[in-house]
Design a protein around this ligand. Structure first.
Ligand SMILES: [Zn+2]
Length: 252
């Protein structure tokens, strides 16, 4: 069996309300010993803290999804993170989403907010769990410009060329189970060094089957695909990925 950490999920999601205990049990049985649950807004952030209190396997993160970029909401979230710093494993998800924001002013707002979260990450020494959509190159440039240190780029949809400066800076890339059906993700995995790779599920989405609810136990599907793309033994891949995760998150 593997030992893995699911570094990006939305376990507060209502789709887990009826069987969350079962979902966590299945994850443990699959070797997924810790699950990071990120937030999109304040309500999810609070919910994550409650869930993490109840389930020792869950680690809470709090952040503002870029699609909801609003300076007042960001200010509130920053206060919330400062206040709960010791109960949080990461700041996330935060980032840039240019697919939903075509208006330059909206993109500017997203960038300004992300810059504040980078500063907060440095102030509190918490990793950033970063979303980017149609903005891979931009997100990497902003993180480098602002001197971000602990970074996880989740479900990165950019090209490997956009990823290389992030690899050089010591940032990590988390790969979801949708890698089994995404040529873009397969290409990315082939080009990234294994030392920069983490696994995630983004549950309830990005599963191996797009029609089915995704869950943390499916980390193994991502792991096995990564091992096959890298032509290495999955057990060995799991060990390296686990060590990578501890390098970013410390002993969680
Ligand atoms: Zn997510």
């Amino acid at each position: 069996m593997y030992t893995l950490i699911d570094t990006h999920t939305h376990l507060y999601d209502k789709s887990f309300d009826s069987d969350r205990d079962e979902v966590i049990r299945r994850a443990l049985c699959a070797g997924v010993k810790r699950i990071i649950t990120v937030s999109e807004n304040m309500e999810d952030g609070r919910r994550n803290l409650e869930l993490a209190d109840r389930h020792p396997e869950l680690l809470a993160a709090a952040g503002l999804y870029p699609v909801y970029a609003d300076p007042a909401a960001a200010g509130e979230m920053i206060e919330f993170i400062r206040k709960n710093r010791d109960r949080l494993a990461a700041i996330g998800e935060v980032g840039l989403d240019y697919r939903k924001a075509e208006d330059p002013e909206e993109r500017d707002t997203q960038q300004n907010i992300l810059k504040q979260f980078v500063a907060l990450s440095l102030e509190l020494d918490l990793p950033l769990n970063v979303h980017s959509r149609s903005a891979g190159r931009h997100v990497v440039a902003l993180l480098l410009e602002k001197g971000a240190k602990k970074v996880q780029l989740h479900a990165f949809d950019g090209k490997a060329g956009a990823a290389f400066p992030a690899v050089e800076a010591g940032f990590f890339f988390s790969i979801p189970p949708s890698v089994v059906r995404s040529r873009q993700k397969q290409k990315l995995v082939r080009q990234l060094p294994l030392s920069s790779i983490l696994v995630e599920t983004d549950s309830p989405v990005l599963g191996p089957d797009p029609e089915k609810r995704n869950e943390p136990a499916n980390c193994t599907a991502a792991l096995e695909m990564i091992a096959s793309l890298k032509n290495i033994d999955p057990k060995q891949a799991a060990e390296t990925i686990y060590e990578n995760t501890l390098r970013l998150y410390g002993s969680i």
